[in-house]
Design a binder for this molecule. Structure first.
Ligand code: PLP
Length: 379
């Protein structure tokens, strides 16, 4: 049976609590890029993650851009980033005219390989340039191997930035992602675990960095009665309206994480007997993923020759939205010339991987129809 309604990969999910904060903003005429919703949302985010400060911004991408500026990354510098990610992780490295150094994944969490990371650092140093920062991504909510990555970052004294855009609510060894780096970023885009319609945050324990980020994000105005500028500024602050939506979403964040995880366990149980399917799984109890998206790999040798693309097209014919895993940055035309430290892992993940419908407002019937469609084509 074809599903009459499209089943979405990851849809926004209102809580019903947003309106009171929007109403307060409207009633007080605070339709502005600053205001009480912004201040409160920042406190809530920082408190949740366990960092001293959060700066609410217009996007996660803007937060990465500011983090690089705050680290003094400039034209000609090199910045290491996970290659297996969304382009928004890497684009800001080009905004500051630096060179992305792309590092491949390990097969356990699918995130940055500590082995490739150290190989990249040593090689860049031997070529005369020490990377200015490392941006590590936690894809689909799965924590990267943080002990190993942090110890390499500190051994070579390179500041770490966590791109936790997909990992709000995930933990590593009981500590929330977004609290490990010197500066870390979150996204509240429409498809993420919670949404403000669009937005992001920069997190840090460092007072100086955060106050500088606020200065830069609001057009870099010097202290003066007139508009005086001694540095280039940006218009990156989150509006008081948008932050109101965020406050309404924060109230249900734990429920959203629980539901996304429940989607994962449901798919895993229902599809356990199907040959050729494997999942992105927590390697052990140190890892706690929000399972933002449930992601699977298809092994054609065990699925009677059926490929990821066969599955995707079949589901599409049933009006079910799925998506291949992120295409690694070292395979993207725009980053093809960047130095890359690869091991074949993310190439294979991209080739064989698929993201399943994982919305927190997906219905049981919708999930069942995803499961039965997968079984139809693979069993
Ligand atoms: C969504 C996302 C971003 C960018 O966040 P925006 O708020 O959309 O700018 C960055 N990195 C990753 C891994 C993402 O998934």
């Amino acid at each position: 049976m074809t599903s009459p309604q499209r089943i979405w990969l990851s849809s926004p999910h209102t809580s019903g609590r947003e309106l009171k904060y929007l109403q307060q903003a409207l009633d007080s005429n605070l339709i502005a890029p600053l205001g009480p919703n912004v201040n409160e949302f920042e406190k809530e985010i920082a408190g949740y993650i366990g960092m001293k400060h959060a700066s609410a911004l217009s996007a996660g991408t803007a937060a990465i851009h500011l983090a690089l500026i705050l680290l003094g990354v400039e034209s000609g510098d090199e910045v290491i980033a996970s290659s297996f990610t969304f382009s928004a992780t890497v684009n800001p490295i080009r905004y500051v005219n630096a060179t992305p150094i792309l590092v491949d994944s390990e097969p356990e969490t699918w995130n940055m390989s500590p082995v490739e990371l150290e190989r990249a650092i040593k090689d860049r140093i031997s070529k005369g340039k020490k990377p200015k920062a490392i941006i590590v991504v936690h894809l689909y909510g799965m924590p990267a191997m943080m002990d190993e990555i942090m110890s390499i970052a500190s051994k070579y004294e390179i500041p770490l930035i966590e791109d936790a855009a997909e990992a709000l609510g995930s933990q590593y060894k009981g500590k929330r992602l977004g609290s490990f780096g010197l500066m870390n970023i979150l996204s509240f885009n429409g498809n993420k675990i919670i949404t403000t319609s669009g937005g992001g945050a920069l997190l840090s324990d460092d007072d100086e960095l955060i106050s500088r980020s606020r200065f830069l994000a609001t057009q870099a105005r010097d202290q003066a009665p007139h508009y005086q500028h001694s540095t280039i500024g940006y218009n990156y602050r989150m509006s008081n309206i948008v932050a109101g939506i965020g406050r309404g979403q924060m109230e249900v964040l734990d429920e959203r994480v629980e539901k996304r995880r429940e989607n994962f366990f449901y798919y895993k149980e229902q599809l356990s007997g199907v040959n050729g399917i494997s999942f992105q799984e927590e390697p052990n109890d140190d890892y706690y993923s929000n399972h933002w998206l449930t992601t699977i790999l298809i092994d054609p040798q065990q699925s009677k020759g059926k490929t990821r693309e066969d599955l995707r097209l079949y589901l599409e014919s049933k009006n079910i939205e799925t998506r291949p895993l992120w295409k690694p940055m070292h395979l993207q035309p725009v980053f093809a010339a960047c130095p890359a430290y690869t091991n074949g892992v993310s190439d294979r993940l991209f080739e064989t991987g698929l993201c399943l419908p994982s919305s927190s407002n997906i219905t049981n019937d919708e999930r069942d129809s995803v499961v039965s469609s997968i079984k139809e084509i693979l069993s």
